[in-house]
Write a protein that binds this ligand. Sequence first.
Ligand code: F6R
Length: 612
Amino acid sequence: MCGIVGYIGNREAYPILINGLYRLEYRGYDSAGIAVLNDNIQIHKCKGKVSDLEKHIANNKIIGNIGIAHTRWATHGEPNDVNAHPHYSESRELAIIHNGIIENYLTLKEELIKRGHEFRSATDTEVLMNLIEDIQKNEQVELVEAVRIALSQVIGAYAIVVLSKDNPNMLVAARKGSPLVIGIGKDEFFLASDATPIVEYTQNVVYLNDEELAVVQLGEELKIKTIKNKDKIPYVQKLQLSLSALEKGGYDHFMLKEIFEQPRSIRDSFRGRLNARKGDVQLGGIIDYEQKLINAKRIIIVACGTSWHAALVGEYLIEDLARIPVEVEYASEFRYRKPVIYEDDVVIAVSQSGETADTLAAIELAKSRGATILGICNVVGSSIARMTDAGSYTHAGPEIGVASTKAFTAQVTVLILLALRLAKIKGTISTSRFYTLITALESIPKKVENTLKVNDQVKSIAEKFMDVRNFLYLGRGYNFPVALEGALKLKEISYIHAEGYPAAEMKHGPIALIDDEMPVVFIATKKGTYEKVLSNIQEVKARKGKIIAIVTKGDTTVKEVADFTIEIPATEELLVPLLATIPLQLLSYHIAVMRDCNVDQPRNLAKSVTVE
Ligand code: F6R
């Protein structure tokens, strides 16, 4: 979603800002813009990509040591040049960039219009800009105070940075519900919506908290205060991010790089937490909450999209191994459907970005009802990681491709560890079964490596199906969430309509879709409901559907019926999602590349969905 970059220091701001915008491209956006101060504030902005902005600027020399830049994902007003950020104030003495949504912008706008203000764009952001200027002029206050007063009138979410002609050595930033990081260099500051534009300049960062306002001023220390005007001491942290993690490393796309990183990312997710020799599993971050978890009336897992699919695997795992009732909820539904939440419920939020607005709101709701809140997040220092009582990071490393791949398998890995740990302390698993499972989990990275060898085979299958209009994905048990995830991956990056279903549900409706043009992907691995899935495969075959089956290595039965089979190594049934997902990620990837789609930045999608 929208991206923010700001710079103030002794270097030329323009290259730092443009470079920062390129780093934030992965978040998804539809227009981009930049403002640099040099006597006057110069704004350049346009619909399209950052490269379009560079072309747009080409003949202009942009000089100045202070500036702000933005990638916009349209909410209020269509994606066009005028609605792109930054926005000038009416006098052009101020400029603003903004992520989030000002919910009461219409009321504020009407009041400003009554006071004679005029607006150029359809955005909520311009309303906030003019409100700040209006307060500054009418209440005769300094910029920082005007920003603070304006934000205290605002309902909604924001991360903003304000540039001012009259304060050429200062940027004012603030956040509520939308992330903002400040990088502290030597005599310079960097601002961004995540650390990716900052990491190449400094490792020292401060994550702004909700309702905090930051003043970065040349020659001065960073100052932070709350919107209620209480001074805060900045908490400086060291970034744990390497530049190489943000580059493609020889792969054509981030998505492919991230698919191939999974042996490493899964291992990193259990490293130091699993010890097969000692027969132990620990999740340090939640150790103090283990008793609460095993005594919980139920566990509610809230998440969105791919993370919701991982959560569903988590439900199967925790109920299967630890015998604790689990409900999995779409965060967006949970927050609005008046759910029953007890004080002894434990709510677990699963999120790659840790910034998903709906998941954040679901946590807030559960928190207000007294439930214990845990998080499983990938992005260190993210809002969800900070808002929860405790949690475990997934350690997948930065995920730049918008379609989640390694984050999913890392989330499933952490949920496996959690289920095993709870089962062990609750005594619902035998020692030998526990040992078998942790040994099997330890061997998963090697098996993922072997699974990735199907890449060329999957690519040739992709060639056969690249032009179809629909796909069906079917699986049962642990493979049902895998089917859902396979379908989501295909539709979001290739724009082919795809549906995931529990295989047995097929005959209650989707079977009507089957004809000789319909590809049906079955996850038909051994054990569990294998025999039942075989029957479902026969039902599709009888109706001439085209069958692509993910099978356990050495399976000959499905091979006789399916049009294409893709083998994955044998493993414990509850670990199969970690392997079976991989050929499906590759299938979507190759189909999308063959259809000339923008794999890393699919249309209309954003990496972290910071609006509801
Ligand atoms: C799909 C995808 C999205 C996210 C969803 C939740 O590939 O990436 O469906 O899974 O937007 O995002 P997080 O996990 O950041 O909360």
